[in-house]
Design a protein around this ligand. Structure first.
Ligand SMILES: Nc1ncnc2c1ncn2[C@@H]1O[C@H](COP(=O)(O)OP(=O)(O)OP(=O)(O)O)[C@@H](O)[C@H]1O
Length: 312
């Protein structure tokens, strides 16, 4: 990952677009990935908040922008008059200490990454967030795209459980090769199929995301095997034996094998699972250790805060 100070912008820095002249004031850092660094910014004209991504590499950022534009075009065609605010707002360059930094401005997605969200709200919220996520994938798939690099960090969840996908750098047209992936969630990593962009690639990744969130230990052990011995069966074994995954078992098996008819079918099957008697009987799925740990840590911090405020 590139960590040059060239991209470190202090709060209050005004980023002015070289070509279009848009002015944005940096509020704070939102995150950093392999392709760029993302800031929360305020547009000086409208006072609206946006996320701004500054790219480490012009070509990588440009291909991400091209995909975003194409996805946006197909979405707008489908939505008619009922369109929501566009995701991609502006594309420009920023001259900083005599160097050109490409950037784009996008909708600010207010929420938490999936893992943090579940740590705060509890594992049972995966039912709600999962359905929203599948609905997002359905829109993308029906427009002829596969998301590709699906992982918990790329799924932002609002307090209501509404989901928004971020990082479109891995999106590819159906039929093309997957251009960006992350080991555990990649079908090729498990020798479970090709790296072709298709809906089943995303179902598989989402299934591994669920396994990761609810049964991290067994997944870690399975991933440590020799590359040539890893297979779908390792994942199916975890799904069939781990109690935390029991409510999702039938759905995960279909997703790992790529056996849904389409993503609408995947959504319907998830909905059925969530409203079905298995989950209704159980108050919630078993909460994994890392979530209990996060909860214990927040209790300890709260205790310290109360102690300190009483003492002084
Ligand atoms: N629209 C957005 N709204 C809010 N936060 C965002 C948004 N886009 C990105 N972020 C934050 O910035 C981080 C990095 O962004 P992004 O994932 O796009 O970078 P990347 O370089 O493509 O990452 P990766 O290494 O995963 O490919 C995200 O993990 C997220 O925390």
């Amino acid at each position: 990952m590139t960590t040059s100070s060239k991209w470190n912008l202090a709060q209050g820095t005004v980023v002015t677009g070289r070509w279009k002249g848009g002015k944005y004031v940096v509020q704070r850092l939102l995150g950093q990935g392999a392709n760029g660094i993302v800031y929360l910014v305020k547009h000086t004209g409208s006072a609206r908040l946006y996320a701004m991504k500054l790219g480490f590499d012009t070509l990588d950022l440009q291909s991400e922008i091209n995909v975003l534009k194409a996805v946006q075009r197909t979405r707008l065609r489908g939505l008619g008059e009922n369109r929501s605010a566009p995701y991609l707002v502006e594309v420009d360059d920023y001259t900083h200490h005599g160097r050109e930094i490409p950037f784009y401005v996008m909708r600010y997605v207010k929420g938490e990454a999936l893992r943090t969200f579940l740590a705060h709200k509890g594992g049972q919220w995966l039912h709600v967030a999962g359905l929203h996520l599948l609905q997002q994938l359905r829109t993308l798939h029906e427009a002829g795209w596969a998301f590709g690099d699906l992982k918990p960090e790329n799924v932002m969840v609002a307090p209501s459980g509404e989901v928004e996908l971020i990082d479109y750098g891995g999106v590819s047209a159906v039929g093309k090769s997957i251009k960006q992936y992350t080991e555990w969630y990649d079908r090729g990593f498990w020798n479970a199929g090709s790296r072709t962009a298709e809906p089943s690639y995303d179902w598989f990744s989402f299934a591994v995301v669920c396994i990761h969130l609810l049964a991290e230990g067994p997944l870690k052990r399975a991933a440590q095997q020799l590359p040539q011995t890893r297979s779908t069966n390792d994942l199916l074994l975890i799904v069939r034996s781990d109690e935390a995954l029991a409510p999702f078992r039938s759905w995960l098996e279909l997703a790992l094998r790529g056996d849904f008819r389409d993503t609408l079918h995947a959504c319907q099957a998830w909905k059925k699972l969530v409203t079905g008697p298995y989950i209704a009987r159980r108050v919630g799925v078993k909460t994994p250790g890392w979530m209990i740990g996060a909860f214990a840590l927040s209790l300890t911090l709260l205790g310290c805060a109360v102690y300190l405020s009483l003492r002084f």
